[in-house]
Design a protein around this ligand. Structure first.
Ligand code: SF4
Ligand code: SF4
Length: 410
């Protein structure tokens, strides 16, 4: 999406959402409770009439989080009779019977007041946090609530996966470096000088457990910003056993660990994963074990979209549907993969003149618009060389190990 009215792109939606009074959380389940707890954490739950909705086809409870639980039929009657739809929002937190129920009541998924809770749909227009809560918070309270932030802590990795999206396989070992604590501190201070709350903040790499400064990162977050971050976690390839100092810092920062499970292709992962899980259990540190069915290959060496005009590139970028920003050098880059290629010196950072906004120079509303996909051009130059994550996406096996290679630098 190209900025045509910077600073005012969301005014209409913002005014509409600021009037919302009734919130229906569809799913008296764990996700429904997470949704409710997030509203409590943001200190805005008392501003809504919150009602849980659960399918009449299941055995229902009368109360959830101290709020009434009604059936979908009762919710729809309330929406039709008692209230204006414009003042009500439905957040779908349970997949059970969702499609059947929505279509049975002709309550389409594309309506502006029906949202999904699931974090995995973060780039979709119906994501509750990105496309309702963040807009609501800014227009109602002047508070900037950001969906997610990813910080690359190191360019070193002990693995060498085919089509690594951090492009580690293009970084010569002697050039791969850690991001120092001082650099991290500068960065996170910059971000929190503007952003009030972040839903999800994760530290990635390379392999973060290789960075000796990681415990200092975690201590700094714990001491200064932890109360402004809802979900805080580190992503690891599950091949390195965390030392005691790191375990201590993870615990103190209430930071959970995402253990990517590459056991099928990486024997070291199969060996270490149970050991790491045991250690985390012993120290009462939360973790999740993640497996995915495939990865994406951006195929930037062979993709050629240079014949696209600017309108086609904008459509291409929009269909890619990724809102994966990257925060670096006091800037926010609109596509994390583009800046990752620059970090691997596959393109020159100086070439990326229109790929970012400066944190210090941007207003909160510009931040919000940018987070939802607005940019100066509507695309980034790397889109001309990238298969993206949309209809054109190429899927490959997960964590397939390949020999390290080198490319001629641009
Ligand atoms: S584990 Fe694989 S995908 Fe992850 S950073 Fe290392 S090389 Fe890249
Ligand atoms: S097409 Fe590629 S460069 Fe463009 S936004 Fe998508 S992932 Fe980023």
């Amino acid at each position: 999406m190209k900025w045509t009215n910077k600073g005012h792109e969301l005014d209409e939606l913002g005014a509409k959402y600021a009037r919302v009074r009734n919130l229906y959380i569809w799913g008296a389940c764990d996700d429904g409770k997470r949704c409710f707890d997030t509203l409590v954490w943001l200190n805005i739950s008392s501003g809504f009439n919150i009602t849980f909705v659960d399918s009449s086809l299941l055995k229902r409870q009368d109360l959830c989080c101290g709020r009434a639980v009604i059936s979908p039929e009762e919710m729809l009657i309330a929406l039709e009779l008692g209230e204006e739809r414009g003042n009500s929002v439905v957040v779908i937190c349970s997949a059970t019977y969702r499609k059947e129920m929505l279509s049975a009541f002709e309550y389409g998924e594309n309506q502006e007041n029906v949202f999904e809770w699931t974090y995995t749909s973060h780039a979709q227009k119906n994501n509750f946090i990105a496309h309702f809560l963040s807009i609501f918070m800014l227009y109602k309270y002047g508070i900037l609530f950001w969906l997610q932030m990813n910080f690359i802590s190191t360019y070193k990795c002990n693995l060498n996966c085919r089509s690594c999206l951090n492009f580690c396989d293009y970084i010569a070992n002697k050039e791969a470096k850690d991001v120092t604590f001082e650099e991290f501190k500068q960065h996170i201070d910059d971000v929190f000088s503007k952003v009030d709350f972040i839903y999800s903040f994760h530290i990635a790499g390379g392999e973060p457990f290789l960075n000796k400064d990681l415990p200092m990162y975690l201590d700094y977050v714990a001491n200064h910003y932890r109360s402004r971050i809802r979900k805080f976690f580190v992503v690891t390839n599950s091949t390195i056993t965390p030392p005691p100092r790191l375990l201590q810092a993870l615990k103190k920062a209430d930071c959970f660990v995402q253990l990517d499970d590459y056991s099928e292709t990486v024997p070291l992962c199969a060996e270490r994963l149970p050991i790491i899980k045991r250690l985390l259990d012993e120290h009462q540190i939360g973790y999740s074990v993640e497996t995915v069915p495939w990865w994406y290959d951006l195929q930037f060496e062979t993709t050629d979209n240079y014949s696209f005009d600017s309108r086609q590139l904008e459509e291409y970028r929009d269909s890619c549907n990724t809102l994966m920003h990257m925060y670096q050098y006091g800037r926010i880059y609109s596509c994390c993969f583009e800046i990752a290629t620059a970090n691997a010196r596959l393109i020159e950072i100086d070439e990326m003149t229109d790929a970012f906004i400066e944190i210090a120079e941007s207003s909160k509303i510009e931040f919000l618009e940018y987070s939802l996909g607005f940019t100066n051009k509507g695309y980034t130059d790397f889109c001309k060389r990238c298969r993206g994550l949309g209809a054109n996406a190429v899927k490959i096996p997960v964590a397939e190990q390949v020999p390290k290679r080198k490319l001629p630098r641009r």
